[in-house]
Design a protein around this ligand. Structure first.
Ligand code: AHR
Length: 503
């Protein structure tokens, strides 16, 4: 039987915030050094940025870019990362057991964003692991105050006359995780986040602040953490964060393909928790969700090398360099669909991360940069997933999974451009073996033709793009997709990510 749904512009979820297509640059492995920044590379510009990588980042279509961590931020001393490069100290990075040279720092990050383009917005995390309110205020003064005070004048003396204008700030990172330097209980963190937010707003009430939620839905403190933190911070913050990473466990590909079931329930559970605290406080304010770390990540591989001697304080070591397959890209596309389906409350999201470290772009030092399989769903969603998300309720054949029970084979969303009326359907077929016929009834939409149907699928779901074969996997055009008498019909290949554009 075909999978079916109906689209009607009268039933919309909400508008997509461009920040949904954010990403993340952490001082971790080779994300910064030999990733975005490599002064000796043949393509490097006058600032040491790799222009081959910059070009790919622009094509990827990322907006907000979170920085400088991640776990790294919980030991970050912002003042090490500014001023004359040759005078910057080398430091131990406890989070990744690496040496941080600070050759790339705050000013370089802002300059990098400018080169990415006008859509690139800073999202700065502050250190609430080893530091607190005072250092957050100092960083804010250095970064955002125009001039005429010690720290703003220091920025000017360092060559940055214009303030950085950082509006979006993360109050720490994964403070619920026992691995975090300066890990805290929900009560401890809630108080610190509230006091930091209150003080930062004394400088600038217009800031947008993200409180740390849970590092994953599986954390033992999940939901209670959010409730306690929000009870302290509800009036002082705008967002609560969510982080989630997925991988197959024990070869269970069927459950892996249904990872978005977990992601959607995580989102819905956090929304419920936020609204519960809002109800208790009799508040009209709504807290939105910042899904500021999400991806496929083979964490078990990482845990195997986590404590190995190979990690002894190297500079920019090869860490977390996952090479993604077609299967990974299909799951990744499904995670994008999950975010879009909740665009009313998820108004910031950051793909973790941008280059080399669990990233859509890989590089070789001194060598090429190329697109991973996951590059394609992200760039297509960022390009065509702008506008209004329409409510999609699928009536689909199902399959059995060990983790999530019975799951629909079809996972889908649709986004309508309010200016042109064009609609793009994003759809994943979770079946590993069977094509899935699709029928979409188009109500009240003046659509007459299929502009294109692109898919990412392969006879070999393990196919990857590598340095030797950088274009092994790319999206292809699907033929036979039709729009007639208000009904769209298509066939989704087994294990495929699909983008169907209608006008
Ligand atoms: O993105 C990699 C790491 O995952 C981040 O540093 C941390 O916040 C999370 O655990």
């Amino acid at each position: 039987a075909p999978a079916r749904f109906t689209l009607d512009p009268a039933f919309a979820v909400g508008d997509v915030n461009p920040r949904l297509f954010g990403s993340f640059v952490e001082h971790l492995g080779r994300c910064v050094y030999t990733g975005i920044y490599e002064p000796d590379h043949p393509s490097a510009d006058e600032s040491g940025l790799r222009t081959d990588v910059l070009e790919l980042i622009r094509e990827l279509g990322v907006t907000t870019i979170r920085y400088p961590g991640g776990n790294f931020v919980s030991g970050y001393k912002w003042e090490d990362s500014v001023g004359p490069v040759d005078e910057r100290p080398r430091r131990l990075d406890l989070a990744w057991r690496s040496t941080e040279t600070n050759r790339f720092g705050l000013s370089e990050y802002i300059a990098f964003l400018k080169k990415v383009g006008p859509q690139a917005e800073p999202m700065m995390a502050i250190n609430l692991g080893t530091r607190g309110v005072a250092e957050a205020l100092e960083l804010q003064e250095y970064a955002n105050h125009p001039a005429g005070t010690a720290l703003s004048d220091l920025r000017v003396a360092h060559g940055d006359k214009d303030p950085f204008g950082i509006r979006l700030w993360c109050l720490g990172n994964e403070m619920d995780g026992p691995w975090q330097t300066g890990h805290k209980t929900a009560d401890e963190y809630g108080r610190l986040a509230a006091e930091t937010a209150r003080a930062m707003r004394q400088i600038d009430p217009e800031l947008e602040l993200v409180a740390c939620g849970s590092s994953s839905q599986a954390m033992p403190t999940f939901a209670e953490w959010e409730a306690k933190v929000l009870a302290e911070t509800y009036d002082l913050v705008d967002y609560i964060s969510l982080h989630a990473y997925y991988q197959p466990h024990d070869g269970d590909i069927d459950s892996f393909l249904a990872s978005a079931v977990d992601m959607e329930s995580f989102i819905e559970n956090v929304v419920a928790t936020c609204d519960h605290i809002g109800a208790r406080l009799k508040s009209k304010k709504k807290i939105n969700l910042s899904f500021d770390e999400w991806n496929v990540w083979y964490t078990t591989e990482w845990h195997e090398i986590e404590n190995s001697a190979a990690r002894d304080w190297a500079e920019a070591p090869r860490l977390l360099e996952n090479n993604y397959s077609v299967l990974d890209a299909v799951v990744f596309g499904s995670l994008l669909i999950a975010l879009l389906r909740h665009a009313d409350r998820v108004t910031v999201a950051c793909l973790a991360q941008l280059v080399n470290v669990i990233a859509p772009i890989l590089t070789e030092p001194g060598g090429p940069a190329w697109k991973q399989t996951t590059f394609f769903p992200f760039s297509q969603a960022s390009r065509y997933g702008r506008g209004q998300v329409l409510d999609v309720r699928v009536d689909s054949p199902t399959y059995e999974t060990k983790k999530f029970g019975s799951v629909p084979l079809l996972h889908a969303t649709a986004v309508r451009d309010p200016e042109t009326g064009a609609v793009t359907v994003f759809a994943v077929n979770r079946s590993q073996t069977e094509p899935l016929p699709l029928e979409v009834a188009l109500n009240g939409l003046e659509l007459t033709n299929v502009v294109e149907h692109m898919a990412l699928a392969d006879a070999d779901p393990e196919a990857k793009n590598t340095v030797d074969e950088p274009e092994r996997v790319t999206p292809h055009t699907v033929t036979g997709t039709a729009l007639q008498d208000g009904t769209l019909t298509a066939t989704l290949e087994p294990l495929s990510w699909n983008v169907i554009r209608l006008a």
